[in-house]
Design a protein around this ligand. Structure first.
Ligand SMILES: Nc1nc2c(ncn2[C@@H]2O[C@H](COP(=O)(O)OP(=O)(O)OP(=O)(O)O)[C@@H](O)[C@H]2O)c(=O)[nH]1
Length: 362
């Protein structure tokens, strides 16, 4: 269960504990006032409250509430407690003095969620409920009502609600600013993480990312027996490009080759810049035989491409090796690198796969 859900459930337990405490106070107060226990209506109300509370907790615990715009269900729960307190006041008007504190005790829970407008709404709801209590008392026990005194209580209640609404609004502004800062930080962190695994010149993933992905691929291969091939791709005589045309053109060639590689492999594969003019492909779900077709196609597409603004022809040498079950990631990398060396040694512009499968020689 996520931290947010735990926090919400803790707050709900706290609110329920408060309600039960007030119910006990009510019970005791009732005994003192009437010399008897509250009637069945009281039991029915407590039970109803507990049932609704149970449903709310289940709704939050199951994760369903998390999909709504108010996962903490603050507004409905506050309204429920206000209705509950009002109901108790209707049952025993003499205990209004205790229960009115229950109204105020529920208000601080709003600071976690409600906006200024939400606070005004819930305050108005409280005033309406309290007015209904007075209205009902007027009919059931009018002798308890002293109009002047009721006005003073009403004003005190409204003032308190106003103070809560004001403080709640301040909290809302703070919470909003904090939330915005938080998402700004999260965005910045995501960008930093992306930069840490991306090669700036080509936009491909870098060696760090490749090594991490290789580890994952290795785990997948061991667990689900999915084969994969590692291929090193290196531009032939690239130094000449730099020497003859300068580094700017050299950089353009590297970026274009990176693009060619990226569009030549499938989504589940990985094309990464290993360093300098050396690239690595991770071909997932393929054995050497299947990979040879892909790599030869890449070699030919490089051969047919005209690079940079000066229309350069480039060739690449490619060395490939298939992962052997249970070997370390660097073993397959080293073997693929050795195959690249073989491709270079045998004349370049060719694909050379482990097992001396030299595919093309031009
Ligand atoms: N423009 C540019 N050049 C780079 C970059 N990284 C490495 N290089 C150059 O790549 C060249 C690699 O040269 P070498 O390792 O001698 O290999 P090569 O000339 O490609 O010859 P072979 O690999 O043997 O076919 C060097 O000139 C490096 O300066 C880069 O980011 N930009």
């Amino acid at each position: 269960m996520g931290q947010l859900r735990k926090d919400i459930l803790r707050r709900h337990s706290l609110a329920a504990a408060g309600v039960l405490l007030f119910s006990i106070l009510y019970y005791v107060g009732f005994g003192i006032e009437y010399g008897a226990s509250p009637n069945a209506w009281f039991g029915a109300m407590v039970s109803l409250y507990l049932v609704v509370h149970g449903i709310t907790v289940w709704y939050i615990y199951s994760g369903r509430a998390m999909e709504t715009s108010d996962p903490s269900m603050t507004m409905p729960v506050m309204a429920l407690v206000i209705l509950y307190m009002s109901g108790l006041m209707v049952l025993a008007p003499e205990l209004r003095g205790i229960m009115i504190l229950g109204y105020l005790n529920i208000m601080p829970f709003g600071v976690f969620r409600l906006s200024g407008r939400g606070f005004v709404g819930i305050s108005l709801f409280t005033v309406v409920c309290y007015s209904l209590v007075i209205f009902s008392t007027h009919y059931s026990a009018s002798e308890l009502l002293v109009p002047e005194f009721e006005v003073v209580i009403g004003v005190a209640l409204m003032t308190s609600l106003l103070v809560y609404a004001f403080i709640g609004r301040e909290f809302f502004i703070l919470r909003k600013a904090y939330g915005e800062k938080n998402s700004e930080l999260r965005r910045a962190l995501a960008r930093i993480e992306e930069l840490a695994v991306t090669d700036e010149l080509t936009g491909l993933n870098n060696r760090r990312y490749l090594l991490k992905t290789l580890e994952k691929q290795r785990a997948l291969s061991i667990r689900q027996e999915i084969p994969f091939v590692v291929a090193f791709i290196d531009i032939d005589y690239f130094k000449r490009v730099n020497d003859e045309y300068g580094h700017r053109i050299g950089d353009q060639v590297l970026a274009e080759l990176a693009h060619l590689l990226r569009v030549s492999v499938r989504e589940i594969d990985l094309a990464a810049r290993y360093g300098g003019e050396e690239f690595v492909l991770l071909l997932s779900g393929l054995n050497l035989e299947a990979a040879s077709g892909v790599l030869e196609r890449i070699r030919v597409s490089v051969e047919n491409h005209r690079f940079s603004e000066v229309d350069l022809e480039q060739r690449v040498s490619i060395g490939g090796a298939e992962y052997h079950p249970d070997e370390a990631s660097e073993d397959v990398l080293n073997r693929a690198d050795r195959m690249l060396y073989e491709a270079k040694r045998l004349g370049r512009n060719q694909v050379y796969l482990e097992g001396a499968q030299q595919l093309s020689l031009h």
